[in-house]
Each structure stands twice: as C-alpha cells, then as structure tokens.
Design a protein around this ligand. Structure first.
Ligand code: MRU
Length: 339
C-alpha cells in the first residue's frame, strides 16, 4: 500500500497528492515551515493525515530549533494556521504541546527525542485505529451491493488503510462481493484522482462517477450504503466533510440508503454543540476555474469555493469509530466514545 507520509532523518516525506495519479513523486519537507506549506498546499490532505503531518512538523521544528523554549509556540502556531476545518490538525498539535509541557525542566535533547517518538507514535496509532474502524464498520456493509463514497478517506487521507476506505477494505477482505462508486469530488477531484487510484491499486472494483450522478444511482437501488469520512464532528453528530457530502446524505435518506460516517475519535470536537460552529475553509477560485480543467470558465467570473459542508445529524445513520458504532442520540453515544 502507498506510503502517505513517513518520518525520516532527512525530513518528513510525503507523496505529493496534487500530482497523483499521473506521477508518484515524493516530497521531503526538511523544515517545519515546509511541512506547514505541504499541508496548506494540499501535498498532504485528509483529516487524520494532516494530524500526523502536524505532529511530525512539530517534532521537525523542535529538532531544528536553536532556542526550543522560544521557538516551540511559534512552530505550533504556524502549523495550526494552515487549514481551519479538520480538527485532527489541532488535535495533533495539542498532543505535542501537552507532551512538551509535561517535560518542562528536562534536558532539551531529551525533550526533542521525546517529541520525535511521540510523532512516530501518532503515525503508528493512526494505522491501528483505521484497522479498528474497518473491523467495526465491516458488518454494516451489505454483500453483493455497491458502496458509494465521496472525496478520499483512504490510505492517502491517513497514515494508512483509511477510514471510509478502511471499512470498504475490511468488507472486501472479508470476502463480500462488493464494488465501489467513487464521486469525482469537484473541484479538487480527490475522488477521481485519489480514491479511484488507490482502490484500483488494491484491485477493489471501482467505478468513477461525477458528483451530480449520485442521486441517479442512489435511486436505482444498487447502492447498499454510503460510507464517507469526516473532518470534524460536533457533539450532536453534525458532520463536516468534503463539499458535496451533504447533498449525498440527503439523497441517501430520500432513497432509504444508510449513510455511514467513518472517523477516528480524534475527529470528534465535543466542545462544539452543533455543526453551525464548525469553521469552513474557503479555498482559492483557481481550483474551480483552472486547476484540473483549465479554461473551464470565463476569466474574471465570480467564484465561491467552500471546501467543506456540514451534514446535519438526522441524515447520519451511524458514526463508525475505533471504539465502536455510535447511533442517535449522538450527544450521548459520542460522549461515550471518548469517556
Ligand atoms: O480537503 P481535503 O482533501 O483535506 O478533505 C478531505 C475530506 O474531506 C475527507 O473526507 C476527510 O478529511 C476524511 S479523511 C479520512
């Protein structure tokens, strides 16, 4: 399986997701500033993956620092300013901040070594968490049917295996004769470029559809369930995920198709009462007008490009985490996941 991100002595190595599937190019981020740029420019993307990248970025910055006490908060704040919606980014940085605080007074080289070990642990734990999500989600996937997914919540969006695609991988490995429909996911095309590519690598039968075809196929009766990832989940079970997820969820409910969200507990933000409080990133207009489909729109046209939307909890059949499957009422079931 593809290595999304790796800690090496030379730096944090990431597969450049802006160049997939045409080229498999690995970028070495030699400084924490390069890690921050890698997150901002979406060389690495996907909520758990940017949590891992942020933890590694903090460790890299600590190793390179000349005055760790003065530089540590700057390193953390710089990484935290890269993308606003996925809470895993802040979770990863907070974990490093907590460890740093607990080591106050220790020799600097010991602190640096502990931060590096912690970042590697965040990475290793993420893969184990995704396998547990897969194991909990697998029984929910009906055999002999198609699974619809949106965006990329796969190995490329995590340290490995994936959340939504982890559930699909587990169902496929269990011998269920399933196939996958992947929404292309305009405008950044994570579905077409990343999900289609990584599932094809694994030999999981996959069909690419454009986003506006989801309703057509949901109405036909072949889709057994929808499984997507999440960037942040509020206490009431409202789910922020890639733009277009909300439309798919409404269409799934209209057609009585279960809509599952697969995410680690680190994606829960129980400090927020509802999805209305989740900050939504708005990205550059060039992603809509020229990035992968150059010249598709007239120059100068007004563009909006919100990168995420919020699916109200009433459309969410269940939330699959590494701790188990949460169902409504989510205020109670999600609180129990972190309790
Ligand atoms: O803008 P992106 O590509 O970082 O958005 C990714 C998504 O919305 C994913 O579905 C989400 O992060 C879950 S990844 C396991």
């Amino acid at each position: 399986m593809v290595e999304t991100i790796q800690w090496t002595d030379a730096g944090v190595v990431m597969i450049d997701q802006t160049r997939l599937p045409r080229e498999q190019v690995f970028v070495t981020c030699r400084t924490y500033l390069e890690v921050a740029a890698g997150i901002k420019d979406m060389i690495i993307r996907g909520a758990p993956a940017i949590g891992v990248a942020a933890a590694m970025g903090v460790a890299r910055g600590a190793l390179d620092s000349t005055d760790l006490a003065a530089e540590f908060p700057v390193i953390c704040d710089t990484l935290a300013a890269t993308r606003p919606t996925a809470v895993n980014l802040f979770w990863g940085i907070e974990r490093m901040r907590r460890l740093y605080a607990s080591l106050a007074g220790s020799p600097v080289d010991e602190i640096r070594a502990a931060l590096v070990r912690e970042a590697q642990l965040v990475y290793a734990e993420d893969i184990a968490i995704n396998k547990a999500i897969g194991a909990h989600g697998e029984p929910l996937v009906p055999a002999g049917k198609t699974v619809l997914t949106h965006c990329n919540a796969g190995a490329l969006a995590t340290a490995g295996y994936g959340t939504a695609l982890g559930v699909i991988r587990a169902a496929f490995a269990a011998g269920k004769n399933i196939d996958v429909y992947a929404d292309e996911t305009r405008p950044f095309l994570q579905g077409a470029r990343l999900t289609a590519w990584e599932l094809q690598q694994d030999g999981i039968p996959t069909t690419l559809i454009t986003d506006n075809m989801a309703g057509y196929f949901l109405a036909k009766g072949q889709i057994g369930c929808v499984v997507v990832g999440a960037d942040r989940i509020a206490a009431n079970g409202d789910v922020a995920n890639k733009i277009g997820t909300y439309s798919v969820a409404v269409l799934a409910k209209e057609n009585n198709v279960p809509f599952y969200v697969a995410a680690p507990v680190s994606t829960l933000d129980l400090s927020l009462k509802s999805g209305a409080e989740i900050p939504i990133e708005e990205r550059a207009s060039v992603e809509v007008t020229d990035m992968f489909t150059p010249g598709v729109a007239p120059p100068g046209i007004a563009v909006r490009n919100p990168a995420f939307d919020v699916t109200p909890n009433r459309y969410v059949t269940a939330i699959i985490t590494e701790k188990g499957v949460a169902r409504a009422p989510y205020v109670e079931s999600l609180a129990a996941m972190i309790g």
